[in-house]
Design a protein around this ligand. Structure first.
Ligand code: NAD
Length: 260
């Protein structure tokens, strides 16, 4: 089966690093024009644009902090000017906020995680849906996490934000379905990227992590980006309102492989 996103206009938030960069490349390889949102490191965003244009693809680097609704609206305005709108939004920008037990956590740091992971995803989804509802087509896909459903001590803001993204996804999917617009999420397990460098660069941390993954390895960003391409394409035309986990079995409660 050939998947083509030829002519589709896509935007990936936090597209200049880790999973976002892999999604940008995969969408582009499938034929989409890709807007690469970034908040820091403009040089990496520009390098990706150059790489894509070198392969005769179309790409734009779009600076915006997703927690700023004005900046988000302006970014969608630039998509309108360049390509006349949007067909695919990937809400990928996210932070984990660092580890802190709730009674020791800084309220501002907790709020920042919610602002980036939840409010940022909402502001972008709102702008995308305004356009998709009127054109009666489009897909909004958010990168959630296995921590949408797995608790994680020390990361209460992160788990709360991802659980909220899951329920927001379901509600937006109900709103958008009558217009032929799909809204869904992908929940990655442990994928080797800068966000979790402290875990995979420490042998003891890595050993503990692998014990939680039935496939006994971390995932690659490309294993997320391939699933994203499938889900935003017409191959998945009947899939909406769900989080699809891409996690090597992490949400399968691996401890039960040894009795219970
Ligand atoms: P990453 O740190 O490489 O990427 C995060 C991106 O978000 C960066 O480009 C960063 O600059 C951007 N970002 C942060 N704040 C922003 C803001 N205010 N506005 C715009 N962009 C902003 O990490 P990653 O692992 O590639 O994470 C991507 C997504 O995948 C995140 O939503 C993360 O929660 C999710 N995720 C990652 C894993 C994993 O194991 N790596 C697992 C589950 C979920």
């Amino acid at each position: 089966m050939l998947i083509s996103l030829e002519g589709k206009r896509a935007l990936v938030t936090g597209g200049n690093s880790g999973i976002g960069e892999a999604i940008v490349d995969a969408l582009s390889e499938a034929g989409a024009k890709v807007g690469i949102n970034y908040v820091v490191h403009p040089e990496t965003a520009k390098k990706i644009v150059t790489r894509i244009r070198g392969k005769r693809g179309e790409a734009l680097a779009l600076q915006a902090d997703v927690t700023d609704p004005g900046a988000v609206a302006a970014m969608f305005g630039r998509m309108d000017e360049a390509w006349g709108g949007i067909d695919i939004l990937v809400n990928n920008a996210g932070i984990d906020g660092g580890r802190a037990l709730s009674w020791e956590a800084d309220g501002g740091a907790w709020r920042k995680v919610i602002e980036v992971n939840l409010m940022g995803a909402f502001y972008c989804a709102q702008q995308a849906l305004k356009r998709m509802i009127s054109q009666k087509s489009g897909v909004v896909l958010s990168i959630s996490s296995v921590h949408e459903i797995i608790a994680w001590s020390g990361y209460s803001a992160y788990t709360a934000s991802k659980a909220a993204v899951g329920m927001m996804t379901k509600s937006l999917a109900q709103e958008a379905a009558p217009y032929g617009v799909r809204v869904l999420a992908v929940g990655p397990g442990a994928i080797k990227t800068p966000i979790n460098r402290s875990v995979w660069s420490d042998p003891a941390g890595l050993k503990d992590l692998l014990s939680k993954i039935p496939l006994n390895r971390m995932g690659e960003a490309e294993e997320i980006s391939r699933m994203v391409v499938v889900l935003v394409s017409d191959v998945a035309s009947y899939v909406t309102g769900r989080t699809i986990y891409v996690d090597g079995g992490m949400t399968d409660y691996p401890d039960f492989a040894r009795g219970g």
